[in-house]
Design a protein around this ligand. Structure first.
Ligand SMILES: [Zn+2]
Length: 327
């Protein structure tokens, strides 16, 4: 059975052979974090004990398995950043993303497109409409909306064979099935680079920003969307926060994200919240990650009221968008 759900670049299937491979990789080569990935601080403190409970299938990163990570989470008192105690290898994550697929996510197209239009409007205040690159573009809805708004050319890179194939075949987009950080792309060409739900999955987020800096034209803009681990909701919910999932390696706060950007030469221009626009049904079904019976009752109730397919964008203020300009 393939039960999977998305977050941006990162929907994964429950494939047991994949899980077994990932478990083997993990045992072989994971390293313990000695330093904060943002500020280099070496005094990392216990934060959340969320390791384990992965079952015999290993890494199965669906978004309805909240409160489970690949290892415990530690935090840095100097810059407030949080990260896994044990950082997974690139290979461990890449292989999983290559197998990712989700029909559910495609079904949420209207909400995804509405979110993309709102984000592009913000981006256009800081970057001229020119060449746009979406690293981790999933099925390409943001690229498609950008093309409509006059960005050209629009290019995407997406490791998932399912998602990149959808972008090419259904939306006729220039999307390559490739690794986000090593894909062969021209340097200094892009007016904007988008990283949506990507940087929190990468073992080395600083290296990712260096790469983005090489790809951007002078005064080009990077736009990042990601969970805000310093938000009120995240702090209140602790290990039960819905962004504590197995593929998240880093947990940024507004402060630690700003620090990472400025340390890599970017000038922060915008830092705000961005809700995820999804249907009512999607949200209610996600509650199944906490309590399946409650979720099923709520979905049935919403359907009876005729609101299950209505677009709903509740802003829990626990997702952030940052727009920063390169030197
Ligand atoms: Zn730090």
């Amino acid at each position: 059975m393939s039960s999977s759900l998305k977050t941006g670049a990162t929907t994964l299937t429950s494939d047991s052979s994949l899980g077994a491979r990932l478990t083997a990789d993990r045992l072989a080569s994971r390293r313990v974090s000695a330093r904060c990935a943002v500020c280099g601080g070496d005094r990392l403190l216990e934060h959340l004990a969320v390791a384990g409970e992965q079952g015999p299938e290993g890494l199965i990163p669906t978004t309805d398995r909240f409160g489970t990570a690949l290892s415990d989470i530690v935090w840095c008192p100097s810059c407030t950043h949080m990260q896994l105690r044990e950082i997974p290898t690139e290979a461990e994550l890449e292989r999983a993303y290559g197998e990712a697929s989700s029909d559910d996510y495609v079904d949420e197209e209207a909400g995804q497109r509405a979110t993309a239009r709102d984000l592009l409007e913000r981006l256009e205040r800081h970057a001229g409409r020119g060449a746009l690159l979406d690293l981790g573009c999933w099925v390409g809805f943001l690229l498609d909306e950008a093309r409509t708004r006059g960005w050209a050319p629009v290019t995407g890179v997406e490791p998932s064979k399912f998602a990149s194939g959808y972008a090419r075949d259904r939306l006729r987009l220039d999307v390559r099935t490739d690794d986000l950080m090593t894909a062969d792309l021209p340097g200094g060409e892009y007016q904007a680079v988008v990283l949506g739900d990507v940087i929190e999955h990468l073992p080395d987020p600083g290296a990712a920003l260096e790469r983005v800096g090489e790809l951007l034209a002078p005064r080009g803009a990077v736009m990042l969307m990601l969970p805000d681990a310093g938000s009120r909701v995240a702090r209140l919910m602790g290990s039960r926060w819905w962004s504590v999932i197995p593929t998240h390696v880093h947990y940024f706060t507004r402060k630690s994200l700003t620090r990472l950007l400025t340390d890599h030469g970017f000038e922060l221009r915008h830092l705000g919240t961005t809700p995820k626009a999804f249907t009512v049904r999607y949200y209610l079904e996600r509650i199944g990650g906490y309590s399946p019976p409650v979720s099923q009752a709520l979905v049935a109730g919403a359907r009876a009221l005729g609101v299950a397919d209505r677009i709903w964008a509740p802003d829990f203020r626990d997702r952030m968008v940052a727009i920063a300009v390169s030197p």
